[in-house]
Design a protein around this ligand. Sequence first.
Ligand code: ZN
Ligand code: ZN
Length: 276
Amino acid sequence: MTKLWDTHMHTAFSGDCDIPPEVMLNRAKELGLPGIIFTDHLDWDYPGEIPGEFDLGIEDYLLYMGKLLEMEAASSPTTELRIGLELGLQPHLALRHKDLLEKLPIDYCIGSVHTVHKRDPYYPTYFEGRDVKDAYKEYFECVLENLDAFSAFDSLGHLDYVVRYGKRVLGDDKGACNLADYKEIVEAIFKFIIKNDIALEVNTGAYRHGLTEPNPSFEFLKFYRQCGGNLITIGADAHHPEHVGLHYEKIAEELTPLGFKEYAIYKQHKAEMIGL
Ligand SMILES: [Zn+2]
Ligand SMILES: [Zn+2]
C-alpha cells in the first residue's frame, strides 16, 4: 500500500470539529503517513445557524500551530506536519481573501465552495422544490463564478461537493451526477485551473458520506485528464481521527489507471510532486 500524505484535515479550530490537533496528528503517526497538512475551515459570511461559526480565529490558529510545529520539528518526526487552510469561497469575499492570503505564513490553501448563492447544499432545503440537475448546475456555475473572482489558492477542494448531499437527500439513483449534463461548465472549470496552475483535489471524505467514489467522481477525474490535467492533491477531509487517511489503501491504485502518476503537496504554496 502506498503511503500518502493526507493534505485535507480539520481540528478543533474548525467550527464543525472538536478534536485537538495533537489527536489527529497522532492518528496519522499511527497509520505511518509520511505527512499531513492541517486545513482548518475559514468561511467568512457563512450563512449558517450560528453567526460566525466558521470564522477561524486566524491569529490563535497560527500561534498554536506554530508552537506545535516547533515541538514536532524538535522530535525528528516520521510524519511531517505542515499548516494550511480550507478557504470557503464566495465571490464577494475575493478582495478580503486576496489580502489575507498575501500575508498569511501558511504552506497550503484549499479553495472550496460550500456556499452557493448564500445557501450550503449541506442543508436539504437547497434541493427542495427543484430538479436535481438545476441544483447541481447551480453549484458548478458558482464554482466558476468564484474562480473568476478569486483564484490565488493552491487546490480546488471537493469539486462535486454538492453530490455528497444530493445523494443523501435524494438517494443514489435520483442524486446521480452525470458529467454529460454539466460538461461545458466543468470543462471551463478544468481549463481555468490547468491554465492557472491550480491543483484539483481528490477528496476521499466522500467515503464517510456513504459514496463509492471520491469527490470529484472518477468520471470527472477522467475528464480532467482528457482536458490535460495532471496536477492533483489528495486528502481525506477528516473531522475525526478515525477518518484520517480514509480509503488510502485503495486510492493510489484507483488513480494510476486514469493516468495519474504523482500527486502534489505544498510548501510555501509551491508544489512538490510525489509518485503515487
Ligand atoms: Zn470543504
Ligand atoms: Zn474540509
